[in-house]
Design a protein around this ligand. Sequence first.
Ligand code: HEC
Length: 194
Amino acid sequence: MQNPKLLIAGVFLTVALPFGALLLSSQVQLGDLAPAPEEEGGALYPATVPGLAVQGRDVYTSLGCIACHTQQVRPSGQGSDIARGYGDRPSVARDYVLQSHVLLGDRRIGPDLANYGARVAPTPKGTQTEPEKAAALAKSLAAVHVAIHHGNTFAFLYEADAKGDFAPERADALAAYLLSLRQDYNSPEAKLKK
Ligand code: HEC
């Protein structure tokens, strides 16, 4: 072999260039995505979530909810998610830009949760209830869903310990997280179905 260094450099570049291009192309396509308003001058979506919801995301991760729940609504042509009521539009990359850990999931044993918050607590636009009452109701509904849909699996979140103390922090945080999951706004890439 006349020039092994050249050969090694050639092999390195053959691997490194396409790999680098792959990394860069996704950065070029999606790197600039940021929250966008529904209409000019309006509020930005996705909205930032409360701190309790961020804690709830850690509870969600630690309890392995992702093993059975996805957070991605597929477009009408690729499944019946929208017909089933999982969301009013397909999920798009912009929906996830504020999430430090995107919990898309890859198995759907339970329902998709991408738009769960909006399913349980529709935006007050059309409702008659006062916002605080609606929020309290939504919170208890989310807790009830976790408790009843899974038999006894997560009952420990809602039970008192041996001393009789009930520490609802984790359940509260989990409910706040579940309610923060909403894709009920128009995004430049996907409009809500009318
Ligand atoms: C072993 C699989 C499995 C795991 C793990 C799991 N779930 Fe579920 N989940 C399901 C199934 C199945 C249903 C639907 C049950 C039914 O319809 O009665 C469901 C239903 C739900 C619902 C109601 C959804 C709706 O649209 O009404 C919520 C909320 C929920 N799960 C949240 C959670 C959370 C939070 C965790 C983690 C603490 C979790 N799940 C872990 C399987 C799972």
